[in-house]
Design a protein around this ligand. Sequence first.
Ligand SMILES: Cc1cc2nc3c(=O)[nH]c(=O)nc-3n(C[C@H](O)[C@H](O)[C@H](O)COP(=O)(O)O)c2cc1C
Length: 212
Amino acid sequence: MELDFAGLDSRIAYRWMASTITPRPVAWVSSLSGTDVANLAPFSFFQMITASPPTLIFSPLIQSDGRAKDTVANIRETGEFVVNLVSFAQIDLMNATSFTFDPNVSEFEACRVPSEASRRVRPRRVLGAPVAFECKLAKLMPYPEASPSCFVVFGEVLYAHFDESILGAGGYVDPERLNIVSRMGGNWYGRTASASNFELERPAGWDRQQKV
Ligand SMILES: Cc1cc2nc3c(=O)[nH]c(=O)nc-3n(C[C@H](O)[C@H](O)[C@H](O)COP(=O)(O)O)c2cc1C
């Protein structure tokens, strides 16, 4: 099976890419509108790109009517957001917040998502999320420039919360205790807690090399 992506319908390209570039962790992004309506929405086009400065990116698509999603409008207006990671226990709540609500409706209220105050930014974080990154907007980039189909949001992490339950003996995250969900193709999800996970040492001598 081979596919020529040049000129391929974007819905077909989406299907093949989104079902193979997996698993993608879910960024459950909370933001505040200019009039203080609290917004919460999941995004799986999400990654860290550097730790210097600590930066993550996620990509909200532009809607078919050409409008930006509420998350983008809010971040553009206020310059702040929180990326919460989603525990397996929270998947139904996360899913509920992906519904397209009116901008004046808060997903926190409509979906009854418990929250608590953040430390460095105004948007609240999700109570019970195993990890939450408080971010300030570093860059908001429409892509592709000539005819954008999405935005890439760059967030600099200012402060983070790690639930004690995911930490191991050494004080760092224990992969066996982390149970966050990720997006796969269609309606499929993955979990970091999996019996098929394994460890792999880097090649001997890698730490004496320049590159990491
Ligand atoms: C697991 C999951 C992952 C999603 N990932 C994305 C994504 O990466 N980009 C995107 O534009 N929409 C994504 N969506 C859809 C948005 O969550 C949805 O459009 C949401 O209503 C946007 O909310 P907002 O308008 O309040 O920002 C995803 C939905 C789910 C359930």
